[in-house]
Design a protein around this ligand. Structure first.
Ligand SMILES: *[C@@H]1O[C@H](CO)[C@@H](O)[C@H](O)[C@H]1NC(C)=O
Ligand SMILES: *[C@@H]1O[C@H](CO)[C@@H](O)[C@H](O)[C@H]1NC(C)=O
Ligand SMILES: *[C@@H]1O[C@H](CO)[C@@H](O)[C@H](O)[C@H]1NC(C)=O
Ligand SMILES: *[C@@H]1O[C@H](CO)[C@@H](O)[C@H](O)[C@H]1NC(C)=O
Ligand SMILES: *[C@@H]1O[C@H](CO)[C@@H](O)[C@H](O)[C@H]1NC(C)=O
Length: 364
């Protein structure tokens, strides 16, 4: 009797252990050689709930309704009606949803982890004290490596980190807070991109090799910019996109330099500027209906950042069917737009992503 009971509990333990950590065997805790993890760095485009666990303001939070209303049915901290880009990339890579690093409790990192924080920039000064800046995200990654080594040993960890993908989107917040009376724009861009390359080198020193990097989107087409600049009928305000354009030119050059400088560096540079411009201005081409107006917010283009009514402006409207819109709130894409972006990142051709797309990076 007693022995049978023991076996029964052992079986339950074995099953749940196996289900929680499907990629490792119990004996030698070896990971299959084809197993690739996904590590995510960035800002609100990629945040899946880290900011729920820091002291910040409602500007940097999406843990209230109607955020999350479509897919999860409750607010998770994602700045979307549903899933965000890293959720789709994980799905395409046949990984489970990648959890936020700050989610309480012990975690297993064999599938990767998400460090992204809404409001974060490449510069530590950007929203300082209210966000997890990119350098702090790197220091969290160092901690993750330490824990992986304790559990899986040096060899397994080195091999896993070299196979894994490091997805990064950062910079928009640096440009949102840019103060042109301190630095010239050219100098500011070189600082932002300089700090991005510093962090890429930092990840490379820890053993990372394969990077997926987004450039800056066409910010001048965002409802928040159009609402503040006041009612032209134009879809986009070109001069508000030019800061992003210089960033993208400099970033592109720096990535090519890194390829020559650091060993084994492989990257996927995604032209988010071009795709965002296209989707916002030709939503029908992508199966969407409304490109320039947000689903949730108030004011012109629903461009006031008031979705949920917990920020400075309390008034907001919510559209009936977010899946028709490119923008959920004044800044962030809907789940359906995030899915379109993710598909191009995953298997887009050289006109939008290169030298590799994410699919080829994951495979090789
Ligand atoms: C959180 O931030 C607020 C406002 O910035 C501050 O007054 C408060 O002391 C902070 N709390 C903690 C626990 O750091
Ligand atoms: C920009 O910087 C100048 C010079 O340091 C300062 O006087 C000004 O208050 C800053 N403006 C903003 C909006 O931070
Ligand atoms: C990184 O940003 C800081 C300001 O936060 C700046 O002083 C530094 O020069 C930048 N680093 C690079 C490599 O550009
Ligand atoms: C925008 O227009 C409104 C009314 O049409 C006006 O009150 C406001 O001052 C304008 N804002 C800017 C930045 O021009
Ligand atoms: C790349 O894909 C786009 C559509 O996604 C297509 O219009 C274009 O012709 C393709 N270019 C090449 C070189 O295959």
């Amino acid at each position: 009797m007693a022995i049978k009971k023991f076996n029964f509990y052992f079986l339950i333990f074995f099953l749940s252990y196996g289900m929680l950590i499907p990629t490792q065997s119990l004996g030698n805790i070896c990971l299959p050689k084809e197993h690739v993890a996904l590590f995510v760095f960035g800002d609100s485009l990629f945040d899946v709930g880290n900011n729920n666990y820091i002291n910040t303001t409602t500007d940097n939070l999406a843990n209230y309704s109607p955020y999350g209303e479509t897919f999860f049915k409750y607010p998770t901290g994602r700045f979307s009606d549903g899933r965000v880009i890293p959720d789709f990339i994980a799905e395409y890579a046949k990984l489970p949803l990648i959890q936020p690093y700050l989610f309480p409790g012990s975690q297993d990192y064999v599938n990767g982890i998400n460090f992204a924080s809404a409001g974060a920039g490449a510069l530590v000064e950007t929203h300082k004290g209210l966000v997890i800046d990119l350098h702090t995200q790197l220091s969290y990654f160092k901690n993750v490596k330490k824990i992986l080594r304790e559990k899986h040993g040096d060899e397994e960890t080195t091999s896993l980190l070299a196979r894994s993908i490091y997805l990064i989107t950062i910079g928009s917040n640096d440009y949102f807070v840019e103060n042109s009376s301190i630095y010239t724009h050219k100098k500011y861009v070189s600082m932002v991109v300089g700090n991005i390359t510093t962090v890429i080198k930092g990840i490379h020193e820890m053993g990372g090799r394969k990077f997926g990097i987004l450039n800056q989107p066409s910010l001048g087409c965002f409802p928040i910019i159009k609402a503040v600049i006041n009612g032209t009928k134009d879809a986009c305000i070109q001069e508000y996109s030019s800061p992003a354009k210089l960033h993208n030119t400099v970033l592109f050059v720096e990535l090519q330099k890194l390829e020559k400088q650091i060993k084994g560096f492989k990257y996927s540079y995604f032209d988010f500027f071009d795709l965002s411009y296209e989707v916002i201005n030709n939503p029908l081409k992508f199966g969407l209906k409304k490109g320039g107006v947000a689903c949730c917010g108030s004011g012109p283009y629903k461009g006031y950042y008031s979705c949920g009514g917990k920020r400075a402006i309390k008034d907001y409207d919510l559209c009936e069917n977010p899946s028709e819109n490119v923008f959920f709130d004044a800044i962030h894409p809907t789940e359906s737009a995030s899915k379109i972006i993710s598909q191009f990142m995953w298997n887009g051709n050289q006109s939008i992503v290169g030298p590799y797309n994410l699919k080829t990076l994951f495979e090789g």
